[in-house]
Design a protein around this ligand. Structure first.
Ligand code: DCP
Ligand code: MG
Length: 371
């Protein structure tokens, strides 16, 4: 039976930062399909098409209702001919043949497999595929392939790292980091960011901001944390990147540019005894620990709000905050700062709310940023 058409509501914005998107997705059958297509276009270097499908998925995720017919979507932004055709296919047949073709495509499957390894990006995956490699054992047996340190750890801990991290595990990691920073300084500031701050139940890693209330003291913080974790025997891998932050620089124009704060990408050993309800483990795995990916970023405390906003995500939310700032406000935003091009000045912020205010945006709670 035909579902009643939803009553006309306020127009949905083309900007993710003007939509409220919780973790409850009423349109997963479509957004999962769009994500497959987006990834396919990404692997084939068609960034425009990739973004179109990511934007369409993001709009559907924000809807408090499930799409039952394509006519119901005609007032929504970011949905084009191609996305609508896919939705039609799914509504009619329960699946999309175009998506199924991609899912069975050998090249796409191999690239997805290779990029699932920590330290392997699309370029390396492509290179391995062009050499005729199709599986992990192909890669590991291939003479002349030099894995870097990150990739070696990626393969070593593949089973653990590719398994989702639970909220209880994230909390346990938080306790470990909290203990370590408080050994170093009583003025430590520690915040959980990323997907867990947005209320997700599972994540691929755990993201934190660590800094201190004394400006400048953050400079040695990560190095000291890494040292403590190492002494505790908890450090399975660590890649530390020192700060290259320059206060005089304008915010970056690039959407996907990494910030310049000191950061580290870690793999930690997490004991089961520290996790309420136990570890996420494969069936038959009787170890009492697992490896977990953890990212730490350490900005100077006066950049805390920008870093918190930037690392909370989602990626689409971040991308659209920056796009909105540039297109609608003539401002430049990134994880370090907000710059008003008209007034030619930097705007300061101590809370995320300050930044939304500067941008003339309604405040969106972290759990409403799952765009
Ligand atoms: N981030 C970003 N752009 C990138 C990478 C990251 O804006 N290219 C920001 C937004 C992310 C946050 O950093 O939310 C953390 O990155 P993750 O890759 O850990 O993403 P999530 O935590 O959102 O997802 P997951 O649950 O998979 O960890
Ligand atoms: Mg994360």
């Amino acid at each position: 039976p035909e579902a009643p058409k939803p009553a006309p509501v306020n127009k949905v914005s083309q900007y993710a930062c003007q939509r409220r998107t919780t973790t409850e997705n009423n349109n997963r059958i479509f957004t999962d399909a769009f994500e497959v297509l987006a990834e396919h276009y990404e692997f084939n270097d068609l960034q425009g098409r990739c973004l179109a499908f990511r934007r369409a998925a993001s709009v559907l995720k924000s809807l408090p209702w499930a799409v039952r017919c394509v006519e119901a979507t005609q007032d929504l932004p970011c949905l084009g001919e191609h996305t609508t055709a896919i939705m039609k296919e799914i509504l009619q047949h329960g699946r999309s043949f175009e998506v199924e073709k991609i899912l069975s495509d050998e090249r796409c499957r191999t690239l997805k497999l290779f990029t699932s390894v920590f330290g392997v990006g699309p370029k390396t995956a492509e290179k391995w595929h062009r050499r005729g490699l199709r599986s992990f054992s192909d890669v590991l047996a291939e003479p002349g392939i030099q894995l870097n340190r990150m990739q070696q750890s990626g393969f070593l801990h593949y089973g653990d790292i590719s398994r989702a991290v639970s909220r209880a595990e994230a909390r346990a990691v938080g306790n470990i980091i909290d203990e370590a920073v408080h050994v170093i300084t009583p003025n430590a500031i520690l915040a959980l960011t990323g997907g867990f701050r947005r209320g997700k139940e599972f994540g691929h890693d755990v993201d934190f901001i660590v800094t201190t209330a004394e400006l400048g003291k953050e400079k040695s913080l990560l190095i000291n944390i890494i040292d403590i974790l190492k002494k505790q025997g908890l450090l399975l891998f660590s890649d530390y990147q020192a700060s290259t932050f320059d206060i005089s620089k304008l915010p970056s124009h690039r959407f996907e540019a990494m910030d310049h704060f000191a950061k580290c990408f870690l793999i930690l050993r997490l004991e089961a005894s520290l996790v309420e309800g136990g570890l996420q483990r494969a069936e038959g795995d009787s170890r009492d620990w697992r490896a977990v990916r953890v990212d730490l970023v350490s900005p100077p405390v006066d950049r805390y709000a920008y870093t918190l906003l930037g690392w909370t995500g989602s990626r689409m939310f971040e991308r659209d905050l920056r796009r909105f700032a540039r297109m609608e406000r003539q401002m430049l935003l990134d994880n370090h700062a907000l710059y008003d091009k008209t007034k030619k000045e930097f705007l300061t912020a101590t809370t995320e709310k300050d930044i939304f205010d500067h941008l003339g945006l309604e405040y969106i709670e972290p759990w409403q940023r799952n765009a």
